[in-house]
Design a protein around this ligand. Structure first.
Ligand SMILES: [Fe+2]
Ligand SMILES: [Fe+2]
Length: 301
């Protein structure tokens, strides 16, 4: 019996959703203002917490893909189910350890590489019009493939990076406004009020992404301090909190069956809300470091 075909499974899964803004991201940076190495601020990723967060995300991606595949593609649906089972098993193993190493790390890397290839294969089929898309948008497949590649990057290369580079790189990654675009395309056309709110977010995040890319490019000239990035990041945090609340509210509506849409499971809305919280926790960790090391501003500004 396939648990994921059971409505109760979804309910349990999203009822147990963690609503706190958990700091999933990294350990505190070790950075001293007076150090000549401040620019090379040491930021250690907490790989175990990252792995727990992203493994759940990978399992859910496989579920969303499976639910989006047409019924006449049993082989692909089975492949998606295998990834659901694989990551469920890895998550159980991750819950039992306090370090990410050895066989578990290797198995995780293997699994992430496989799911990246699976998503790429499906995307290729759709781009080449070899399979009917079902309700899996090509951009959704590419989006989830990018998230998997990010996870793989964290597993393979956990070295410290410059905190300003890291902040701008994370903003560029997370500010892509695809979540809100998926919501817009999945809501029923009659949901005019929600669609208008979502369209407002799409415009705001479009502008923020463009600015983030400009700032990242300008950072290539290696300025000693870059106060504008601090102001920009504060703006990003403010807007991301609003978007996170919008996603959380949409999830509540979907759970209560109070919204018309073709969203396959309310879990999708909780999934993108968790990703917004992940972004916020990364911003809240990095902003004080960048303020201290790469700006002329006081940290409490
Ligand atoms: Fe995701
Ligand atoms: Fe996402």
């Amino acid at each position: 019996m396939d648990d994921y075909n059971n409505d109760n499974f979804y309910k349990e899964e999203y009822d147990s959703a963690d609503y706190e803004t958990t700091d999933y991201s990294m350990n505190k940076c070790d950075c001293r203002t007076d150090s000549p190495l401040c620019r090379k601020c040491v930021c250690q990723y907490n790989r175990l917490e990252e792995a727990r967060f992203w493994s759940r995300i990978m399992q859910e991606h496989a579920l969303f893909i499976k639910l989006g595949l047409p019924a006449d593609q049993p082989m692909l649906r089975e492949e998606a189910q295998n990834f659901i089972d694989l990551f469920e098993n890895l998550r159980r193993r991750l819950d039992k350890v306090n370090r990410l190493e050895g066989d578990l790390l290797e198995d995780l890397i293997k699994a992430v590489k496989l799911i990246i290839e699976f998503k790429a294969k499906l995307l290729r089929l759709l781009i080449q019009c070899k399979e009917a898309p079902g309700s899996n948008y090509p951009l959704l497949l590419d989006h989830t493939r990018r998230e998997a590649k990010r996870f793989l990057g964290l597993l393979l290369k956990p070295e410290p990076e410059d905190s300003l580079d890291l902040l701008l790189e994370q903003e560029e990654f997370w500010l892509r406004k695809e979540h809100i675009e998926f919501v817009i395309h999945l809501l029923d056309p009659s949901e005019r009020e929600l669609l208008e709110q979502a369209e407002g977010f799409r415009k705001i995040f479009s502008r923020l992404l463009e600015t983030g890319r400009d700032l990242e490019s300008m950072n290539g000239v290696r300025p000693k301090n870059f106060n504008t990035v601090i102001r920009f990041t504060q703006d990003v945090i403010k807007n991301t909190m609003l978007l996170r609340d919008f996603k959380a509210a949409a999830f509540e509506l979907a759970k209560l069956c109070e919204v018309l849409s073709i969203i396959s499971t309310p879990l999708l809305l909780d999934h993108i809300r968790r990703e917004a919280d992940k972004f916020l926790s990364e911003l809240n960790m990095l902003l004080p470091e960048v303020t201290k090391c790469q700006s002329t501003l006081k940290q409490d500004k």
